[in-house]
Design a protein around this ligand. Structure first.
Ligand SMILES: [Zn+2]
Length: 153
């Protein structure tokens, strides 16, 4: 029998699970003369450049760098997460259009509603439960519109 040299830990992480990543903060790249990157991981304090800001299933917003974000498990995809991810993408695309074409592409009202819900949640104006409810309502509004306009069956 082979003697194992280490024990495997199978306990599930006690950290809350990630619902959605809201944004990534650039703490600046290293410049000549810098010995370390400028950012500090909110989770472990390690130095680095990028801090991911994400909402967890306890309704709170956390920050961590790429290595540590993986320690937070992934929560099952809710309607808020699905709509939120699309909304964040649309908002980014709209801002890019403004940069390149000088004209903002309008963002659909259900995405605006979800972005507002995420902001309100971050500000503590609403609970995660309330935000999930908005996510669900807007998800079905969009689904209905897509169906009625022949984009889906
Ligand atoms: Zn860390």
């Amino acid at each position: 029998m082979i003697k194992t040299e280490y024990r495997e830990i199978k306990a599930i992480s006690t950290l809350p699970k990630r619902v959605i990543t809201l944004r990534t903060i650039d703490c600046g790249k290293m410049e000549e003369g810098d010995s370390e990157p400028h950012g500090e991981c909110p989770h472990c304090g390690a130095l680095g450049r990028w801090i991911h800001v994400f909402l967890c299933d306890d309704g709170l917003i956390y920050g961590a760098m790429s290595g540590c974000i993986k320690l937070f498990g992934e929560a099952p995809k809710t309607k808020l997460a699905i709509m939120g991810e699309k909304a964040i993408e649309k908002e980014k695309a709209s801002a890019r259009d403004l940069d390149y074409r000088g004209k903002k592409t309008p963002v659909a009202k259900w995405f605006i509603a979800v972005l507002d819900a995420l902001k309100d949640l971050e500000l503590g104006n609403i609970t995660l439960e309330e935000a999930e409810k908005i996510g669900k309502t807007e998800y079905f509004k969009r689904a209905e519109w897509l169906r009625d306009n022949g984009y889906s069956r």
